[in-house]
Design a protein around this ligand. Structure first.
Ligand SMILES: [Cu+2]
Length: 65
C-alpha cells in the first residue's frame, strides 16, 4: 500500500481523474481516495515514483504521506 497526500483533490471529478490515470498504467491497481483527508491509497505492483507520476499526469501534486 502506497499513500499520497494530494492537497488539490476536492471532489469526485478529481478522484475519478486520478483513478483513471493510475488505472491507465496499472489496470489491476486498487485505489482508494479519501476526500476528507486528501489522501490517495494505492495497492499496485508499481513503485511510488510511477504512481506519483500518474497522479501528476492527472494534474495534481502528489507527495508521500
Ligand atoms: Cu474535483
Amino acid at each position: 500500500m502506497t499513500r499520497f497526500a494530494v492537497r488539490e483533490m476536492s471532489c469526485g471529478h478529481c478522484t475519478a481523474a486520478i483513478e483513471k490515470s493510475i488505472k491507465s498504467i496499472d489496470s489491476t491497481a486498487q485505489i482508494s481516495c479519501d476526500l476528507d483527508d486528501r489522501q490517495v491509497s494505492v495497492d499496485s505492483v508499481l513503485d511510488a515514483d510511477a504512481l506519483a507520476e500518474a497522479i501528476q499526469q492527472a494534474g495534481y501534486e502528489a507527495s508521500p504521506a
